[in-house]
Design a protein around this ligand. Structure first.
Ligand code: UD1
Ligand code: CA
Length: 454
């Protein structure tokens, strides 16, 4: 079944008070529009038609994939007029379904139910019952309980205003029917707009069957007009993601304080403590413990790793049994081999730390290759940058670096090399050599402290 998905995204979103077009505002790290696009793409044989107007060029730049066609609505004359702009691009034998760029949590399953009904020749409407229906179009049914029309709030009489079944805006129907009916819309109503909802009475009048479907979850049809509605949906969405992880065997200690802005694959018996943020593509193995306030971006973490509080990890690979933080920063290109340890206030960049090696305190390790079972003492700094170029530091296995040492790259310290504390090292150290590069200590006898002038 061919499906032409029409996504309305021309509105201005005045109440967002923003320079950014409303549909580009992010929810869980990606725009509302891209959530809708992603959901629409799950439909079989779908082609997407996005109606743009306000901020058209910015919205167009959001996704230039081949399965998307844009239609410009230069004046916002109503939802019916908006759909009409996409009409020339529809395929003749398709089902048309209307979605909204500012209703981001709609589910593919729900859309599929609408498409299936439309495939049987019906017009399928997604409706919902709201305790407070104000602002929405009301679903009017005849004596046989069949839908006869939708009346907008501003056009409704007192009786109609009491109806609590509302139009969510989502509908599906055969594309051919849509093309026949759209040109018949008029703007003879309270808002002088071409209402898409007038298709319902046109269908009812010409004997087209009208079916209604309800969403499984009301959040699916919640639209965003303001920032408070946006953050409300953000929390609902995050709680749904946390719930999925809980079902997969991951403990998310507080689903209300969990944020995933991308994808997270997790093994079993992994625990995520409060206030962690995951961005991009992340993976956590089995038995991982992530302490509070950790930020993980595009990184792969092995089994039984402990990430202590307040660590920030980006584009890194961490193997089994490694230990990170608290307050560690792993920048892009950091690789921790099995059982490696990076402690507090350590920054690593484009560096590999070998099996069982440790950098436990207050260090900067950049552009380095560190072998197995090394110990890099507190306060050690690799001087990888000479003001113009970056240089490498290479440490063999079992190297020991005394605390507060300065390793001036390019530099090689071969296996079992040993550096005395407080050294500045500029030359290669051979296997099993001890290097000390610091001023010699002098002790002066009979030293008198300076005293204050009288
Ligand atoms: C519409 C429905 C109403 C329904 C409600 C659900 C109509 C006439 N009414 O009302 O029955 O209960 O949605 O939220 O359809 N848009 C355009 N171009 C336009 C007008 C609108 O792209 O010319 C887009 C808007 O950006 C928005 C969506 O269509 O994303 C809905 O438009 P809006 O003006 O909010 O419709 P409502 O009056 O809320
Ligand atoms: Ca609306």
């Amino acid at each position: 079944m061919k499906v032409d998905v029409i996504i309305l995204a021309a509105g201005q979103g005045t109440r967002m008070r923003s320079a950014l077009p409303k549909v580009l505002h992010p929810l869980a790290g990606k725009s509302m529009l891209s959530h809708v696009i992603g959901t629409a793409r799950q439909l079989q044989d779908a082609q997407l038609h996005i109606v743009i107007g306000h901020g058209a060029e910015q919205v167009r730049a959001e996704d230039s994939s081949a399965d998307i066609q844009f239609a410009i609505q230069s004046e916002q004359l109503g939802t019916g007029h908006a759909v009409q702009q996409a009409l020339p691009n529809l395929r003749s034998d398709s089902i048309a379904i209307v979605l909204y760029g500012d209703v981001p949590l709609i589910q593919t399953k729900t859309l599929q139910r609408l498409v299936e009904l439309a495939a049987q020749g019906s017009l399928a409407l997604l409706t919902a019952v709201f305790a407070d229906p104000s602002g929405y179009g009301r679903i009017i049914r005849d004596s046989n309980n069949k839908v006869s029309e939708i009346v907008e709030q501003k056009d409704a009489n007192t009786e109609q205003l009491k109806v609590t079944e509302v139009n969510t805006g989502f509908m599906a129907l055969p594309g051919k029917l849509l093309s026949e009916l759209l040109p018949q819309l008029s703007n003879d109503n309270a808002q002088k707009e071409y209402y898409l909802t007038d298709l319902i009475s046109l269908c009812a009048g010409s004997g087209v069957n009208i079916e209604t479907v309800q969403p499984q979850d009301l959040a699916e049809v919640q639209g965003v007009n303001s920032r408070s509605q946006l953050v409300e949906l953000e929390r609902i969405y995050q709680q749904q993601q946390a719930e999925q992880l809980l079902q997969q065997g991951v403990t998310v200690l507080d689903p209300k304080r969990f944020d995933l802005r991308g994808s997270l694959r997790c093994g079993q018996d992994t625990t995520i403590d409060v206030n962690c943020v995951f961005e991009g593509r992340c993976e956590l193995g089995d038995g991982v413990y992530v302490e509070p306030n950790v930020i993980l971006i595009n990184s792969r973490i092995g089994n039984n790793v402990v990430i202590k509080a307040n660590s920030v990890i980006e584009d890194a690979v961490v193997e089994d049994h490694a230990n990170i933080g608290p307050f560690a920063r792993l920048r892009p290109g950091s690789v921790l081999r099995e059982g490696a340890k990076v402690g507090n206030f350590v920054e690593m960049k484009k560096s590999e730390l070998g099996k069982g090696s440790k950098v436990n305190h207050l260090s900067y390790v950049g552009d380095s290759q560190i072998g197995e079972q090394c110990n890099v003492g507190a306060g050690t700094i690799t001087c990888n940058y000479d003001g113009a170029n970056k240089h490498k530091t290479v440490l063999g296995d079992r190297v020991f670096i005394g605390s507060n040492s300065t390793l001036v790259a390019p530099l090689e310290i071969k296996a079992d090399g040993f550096v005395g504390a407080g050294s500045t090292i500029t030359k290669t150290i051979d296997n099993e050599q001890l290097a000390i590069g610091r001023g010699k200590q002098r002790n002066i006898d009979g030293w008198k402290r300076p005293s204050k002038d009288k």
